[in-house]
Design a protein around this ligand. Sequence first.
Ligand SMILES: *Cc1c(COP(=O)(O)O)cnc(C)c1O
Length: 430
Amino acid sequence: MKELFELYETMGISPAVYAYGEQALEKLKERFAKIDQIAEYNQAKVLSAMQRNRVSAACFAATTGYGYDDVGRDNLERVYADVFHTEAALVRPQITCGTHALTVALAANLLPGDELLSPVGRPYDTLEEVIGIRESPCSLKEYGVSYKQVDLLPDGSFDYEGIEKAITPKTKLVTIQRSKGYAMRPTFSVTQIGELIAFIKNIRSDIICMVDNCYGEFVETQEPSDVGADMVVGSLIKNPGGGLAPIGGYICGTKACISRCSYRLSAPGLGQEVGANLGLMPAFYQGLFLAPTVVAGAEKGAIFAANLYEPLGYRCIPNATESRHDIIQAVELGSEEAMIAFCKGIQAAAPVDSFATPLPWDMPGYENKVIMAAGAFVQGSSIELSADGPIRPPYAVYFQGGLTWCHAKLGILLSLQKLCDAGLTKVIVK
Ligand SMILES: *Cc1c(COP(=O)(O)O)cnc(C)c1O
């Protein structure tokens, strides 16, 4: 479209980069149609959960203080439990982020002398301090919870032999991270996670299986709780908040696990009874309602990025053609300079703070300097178009989000434009 192209040109996208993008898109029609089908399924799943639980305007009322008898909050937790097919759910603005949700789930269900096992290698950076892999005040380690890890095999598959050996009578909880996080390993499909859980439960059925579900929600028609997970945990400023939730986290799972989580989050004896919603219910409900289509748009953006960068010689994980199980796209850019250029493009495409320049910075919870591009309505929201990565080899940026596919597309085109402008790559249109 001529007008569109002219408008894009005023926004800094060159004819060559635009044409290169259109060429890549031609090949993606079928894949995008499949993503739309999954979104349609998940939309129906969320809708029917809302209908079954009789969501009404009364659910949107703000509560303050202790928040006793908070109808909207309690019903939202039933809706989440329904969507994730679990007995119970804890969905709260008092859960400040994904790391906090995971900390609550772990600390609530592990006691001194218990052992935590990660059968999928190193966990997400911020969890290293939670667990005590890196010394930290109030880590699980300080409270006498030990930790074991079994790395993935070189081909990215589970080391079943190693996992079986690592499980002892002390093993209380297994943590499975669905998404790759800041590692260059594949993200696991829900089916793969189900196989791993079945293997563990077959050794000892009383081991609690927790899945860090960050970035995975609504990418498939199933969730890890459909394949045996006792707890699934995530952030509301990622997928399930649909871009509208301004804070929050969720834990869905068995009654036994969730009630312990609620006592850990508030206080023993109080549990789920307290916790005012502070007027956030409209955003939580509406965000969940929008989440399936928002996630679909973000996934299209990730696939588009892989299909632009891979032919230029950058390693992409997942690659341009493989199946997807989260909304993250890692692109190995090979240098700090290229990471900065990429992030500049994402930032320049943002609706908020488009004039800012992202630079590498020290971040709490992260060992290396991190660069982040985000011009988000909700600070740090990574369901909104964002890119980040630790400044360390292989200098990979992790690209994710986009509340709409059109915005994701523009951001990726601009990222590539900045790499071209910096003389770091060159596009060729056939
Ligand atoms: C984002 C993320 C977390 C932590 O979430 P925050 O909200 O940043 O604290 C944990 N695990 C994975 C896999 C994540 O992607």
